[in-house]
Design a protein around this ligand. Structure first.
Ligand code: PLP
Length: 382
């Protein structure tokens, strides 16, 4: 086997139909969407069609979809503008959010005098909703809750309806980082009330550098980046037209094939978990990632029974064997720092063992998983 890509939570392979759509956009619709001539109007039509498509699939209003450069920008825009424009004084979040959220909250605390409260987590990394309610009960000033739907490292799925209901009960705004769930889970914004969400196309077989913020109508957020009046005055800068039509195409493919592809990828995850437990019985799973009810079907995060000295060689060894996966999350695997998510939920002893995240897509096969487990077993035994 030449190479095996099992790092789909970091980013995904772009679908062929998405590439074709983007190529057509780059070749034929290169006008600036703000221009009033026919080239500009054609590009603008493409943008607005993408906005309408996304809104339709999410049962939202097109004006609630603001295109951004990806998940990080959407999270930043929501958190920073909620503080600046809506007078949010308290943010309730968790220590295991993506850094796009945790670092932004830390900066808001430091520079804008925002109060941050962190919800207690159990040893699986699930937030304690009783503690969340207690924090909401005694909230001071306008409050925003920011809790991610799917954790990008351990895959835990938040009980988003319960959190949404608590936020409504205590009149708090609710932001959910949905970067790992949009494109993988069906969304109905009328059924699950969330004020703000973030999405990134590259997590569901679309291009990198494009995503969107869902911003509930009439919330009053002003733009983070000032300049022209693009994106209905919500985000300045010439729109990345080819990326946005690529996002639309990836979004349609993801949702039109959702059930079929979900069943296939879930089957892969189940097979991976069942097989690795048989082949390496001492393997441990982080968070709820082995539990198909409580974790996303797209990834698993596990700990191998090898000592810390040997673990230094593990990613290198897998790379040499052509297997791409992640240690913690991709943003951290090159930095030498341990995962901030795992360090919140594991003991020091558990942290000594190497943890790996394997994340799957419709392009993976069981044969690739068999090969990966064989390589892991050889490493553990050698
Ligand atoms: C949960 C989560 N939030 C935010 C981001 C950042 O998204 P982007 O890479 O599009 O900036 C990621 C990407 O890894 C993610 O997994």
């Amino acid at each position: 086997m030449e190479s095996i890509y099992l790092d789909n939570a970091a980013t995904t392979r772009v679908r062929a139909n998405v590439i074709a759509k983007m190529q057509e956009a780059l070749t034929s619709f290169y006008g600036n969407p703000s221009s009033t001539h026919s080239y500009g109007r054609s590009a603008k039509t493409g943008l607005e069609s993408a906005r309408k498509t996304i809104a339709k699939y999410m049962n939202a209003h097109p004006s609630e979809i603001i295109f951004t450069s990806g998940g990080t920008e959407a999270d930043n825009m929501i958190l920073r503008c909620a503080v600046r424009d809506l007078g949010v004084a308290t943010i309730i979040t968790s220590k295991i959010e993506h850094h796009a959220v945790t670092h932004t909250v830390e900066e808001l605390v430091e520079k804008q005098n925002v109060r941050a409260h962190y919800v207690n987590l159990d040893s699986f990394g699930s937030p304690d909703l009783k503690h969340l309610e207690a924090l909401l009960e005694k909230k001071e000033g306008k409050t925003l809750v920011s809790l991610m739907h799917i954790n990008n490292e351990i895959g835990n799925v938040l009980d988003i309806k319960a959190v949404s209901e608590l936020c409504q009960k205590y009149d708090a705004l609710f932001h959910s980082d949905t970067v790992q769930s949009i494109g993988h889970f069906a969304w109905d914004t009328q059924e699950t009330k969330v004020d703000f969400m973030a999405a990134a196309a590259h997590k569901f077989h679309g291009p990198k550098g494009v995503g969107f913020a869902y911003i509930k109508r009439n919330t009053g957020l002003k733009p983070l980046i000032s300049g022209g009046s693009q994106e209905r005055g919500c985000r300045a800068g010439t729109e990345s037209h080819h990326n946005i039509v690529g996002l639309e195409e990836a979004f349609i493919s993801a949702y039109d094939n959702l059930e079929e592809e979900k069943a296939y990828v879930m089957g892969l995850k189940k097979y991976f978990v069942d097989t690795i437990v048989q082949e390496i019985p001492e393997v441990q799973f982080n968070g709820h990632s082995a539990d198909l009810e409580k974790s996303t079907y797209t990834l698993v995060n596990l700990r191998l029974p090898v000592d810390s000295q040997k673990s230094l060689m593990l990613l290198f060894h897998l790379d040499i064997k052509g297997i791409a996966c992640s240690k913690g999350s991709a943003c951290q695997s090159g930095s030498g720092k341990g995962s901030h998510v795992l360090s919140e939920i594991l003991t020091d002893e558990e942290m000594q063992k190497p943890s790996l995240r394997f994340s799957f897509s419709k392009y993976n096969t069981k044969a690739e998983l068999d090969h990966t487990i064989k390589v892991l077993k050889e490493f553990v035994l050698q």
